[in-house]
Write a protein that binds this ligand. Structure first.
Ligand code: FES
Length: 323
């Protein structure tokens, strides 16, 4: 998905909360950077490590003179966040991708944003956009305590007043945000965006299911302190999909998605993000076992009757889809 890489100078490092630093990245010649949208991230080559780490952009997408990412140090992680905190200094030059957006802010009449920990970053960019456009929105931000609440001063400014609700649970999730109560009501056309640790996402997913939120209006992005979106370690193998309406059988090879194959054969399925986060391509599964590789059904034990065909694959040799 990533195309060009950029070499950007670290103009400023700011302590945003205990264990959380933000990094302001600018072009080396002072020129404008490629534009980005709320929800986008950068793939960052962290000095001293192999591979890239993904960090969401949290500044205003209207800015073209800088990118800001934030990184939470995780002593038990794979080393990316520690290396960012220890090895990156102001004035250093980092190799990063152009912005990539797997978590786009789609049109809605109103928005509920729920962030946990460092998951605040993409939602902060969304809040900035929503505020500017005059949309109806509310942000619930869950953190352990005030010291671990990033961007606290910014979120207390008048432009966010009345919209931002910060919840401190002291490390006990039962004392934090009551997502069931929060999601019990919703206005028509309301979209829900959630980014945070697995426990929060699971609670939000269960509450959204309980209160019958439409799947296509609920969007998740998994972020660990390592800054890595939900990834899927399972190797890709070929499998078959059969179309219930015609009996046609199509082979899905490794490296191709079900959505790709359906399109190639003229089968229309609506899609949007094509990254497993918006729910638009949800398709009923009549037979077989899907391998959920999205951020939506991934942790659902009872989620086998539907799948997101833009990213998910099969655990069985064949799936029969209700198409
Ligand atoms: S198109 Fe968004 S989840 Fe498949």
């Amino acid at each position: 998905m990533t195309t060009n890489t950029l070499r950007l100078r670290v103009a400023r490092i700011t302590r945003e909360a205990e264990g959380i630093q933000s990094y302001e990245l600018v072009s080396q010649d002072g020129g404008a950077l490629p534009e980005f949208e709320a929800g986008a991230h950068l793939d960052v080559q962290v000095p001293g490590l192999n591979g890239m780490r993904q960090y969401s952009l949290c500044n205003d997408p209207g800015e073209t003179h800088r990118y800001i990412i934030a990184v939470q140090r995780d002593a038990n992680g794979r080393g990316g966040s520690r290396a960012m905190h220890e090895n990156v200094h102001e004035g250093d030059v980092l190799t990063v991708s152009e912005p990539v957006n797997d978590f786009p802010l789609l049109y809605g009449r109103s928005y509920v944003l729920i962030a946990g920990g460092i998951g605040i970053t993409p939602l902060l960019a969304m809040a900035r956009v929503l505020e500017r456009t005059g949309a109806e929105w509310v942000l619930h931000y869950c953190a352990r305590d005030a010291d671990r609440t990033a961007f606290r001063e910014l979120l207390a400014t008048p432009s966010f007043a009345g919209r931002v609700h910060i919840h401190h649970d002291g490390g006990d999730p039962t004392k934090g945000l009551d997502v069931r109560a929060l999601l019990a009501t919703r206005g028509p056309g309301t979209r829900l965006y959630c980014c945070g640790p697995a426990g929060l996402m699971k609670a939000v997913r269960e509450a959204a299911t309980l209160h019958k939120w439409p799947w296509e209006k609920v969007h998740f992005e998994a972020f660990t302190a390592e800054g890595t979106s939900a990834t899927h370690a399972t190797a890709e193998v070929d499998f078959e999909v059969a179309l219930k309406s015609t009996g046609q059988v199509l082979r899905v090879p490794a490296g191709k998605t079900v959505l790709n194959v359906l399109r190639t054969h003229g089968v229309k399925v609506e899609s949007d993000c094509e990254a497993g986060s918006c729910g638009t391509c949800v398709t009923r599964v009549c037979e077989g076992t899907p391998d959920h590789r999205d951020t939506f059904f991934q942790q659902e034990s009872a989620g086998d009757a539907r799948m997101l065909v833009c990213v998910s694959r099969a655990r069985s040799k064949r799936l029969v889809l209700d198409l």
